[in-house]
Write a protein of this length. Sequence first.
Length: 393
Amino acid sequence: MSDPLHSPFILNWRLTEIHGWGLVGVHTCLHLLRVGGSPVLYSYPDLNTMRPETRALLAPVADATRGLDVLVETLQAKGQRLHIPEATVLYALGSMMQPSLGEQPFFGDRNIGVGAFTGTALPPTAVSDALSYSKVVIHSSFNKQVLADHGVASDCVFQGVDPVEVFPGTGNGMFGERYIVFSGGKAEFRKGQDLVIAAFRAFHQRHPDALLVTAWGNFWPGTALSLQESTVLPVAPEVTAEGVDVAGWQLANGLPDGSFFNCGFLSRQMIAPVLHNCHLGIFPNRCEPGTNLVAMEAMACGVPVILSANTGHLDLIGEDRTYVLSRQNPMANAPEARRYWGESDVEELLEAMEFAYQNRDDARARGKAGSDWVLSNRRWDQFAAEFVDVCLR
């Protein structure tokens, strides 16, 4: 093969700036452009979600590679697969590492499966599908361990943050003189928002000045129904055609009106301004297949965070830079489907929140240490450089 960096480097998923998969693609393409690579996009990106600077760089790439999807679909209709000589092709794999390379409608000379999954009981088909690729790349030690448990080798490259978007700063008082507790991530059982409500309900009774600010917007609102599994709240959220009724859920579970503010979805431009006004971030997540982008963004902004000591969070936590929820109870398994997941203890979460509230200097010190660490070790430019290197190795 000729110089692989300057040969086609094709991503088979849609680029956007509204979720982790999209951001992986965006920053991989930006890196390739910086180093003279040749990114190719199979699907036209969602440019409207991107910052103007990013949109300006990626729009010409998208326009230059228009038509690949049509060519592939035309050949597919004839029962043929497209081989792209000298190309490195990246495939976003499903929750069970599917499909196999042989089922992909096009392929190159290097074919990389990229995975991020929460289930830990991989069936034989998932193992064989993973092994069909030249290599598999994942984004947490947790996912790497699950694959190793099933005899699949993988490379781990940690995702990151963009210091242009998230950085330490001073709040502008948008929430008034309240003590702001932030919780982010799409509303669903594995993200642990039920634990957040249970802990904040007790915290607010002690400290009426506290305000829970949430960014629980969910582009796949059906997944919020998984919160029916909660054992700490009596009422699950309602999901309608308009999405998840977050406020109704909070009120139904005892949060007083005026004790919470729901941001829904935060644009890239609004993440830092909101976080700069927050005193504490809480993430009692039950499982993270990556390292939790929202938690990393909060840390980058200097917000002290409380993290559950399980799965992808284990690649983030540090006693000097985060508060740690170490009491993790095993999850109910449908044969080993949730191995390594953890159920945080609401009382331990409440204790950590109280400590941060009462010890503001300590909280600020952890916030600064967390920001310094994330901005030194978990940036998207670092991710993309390593990611491309691993894929071409």
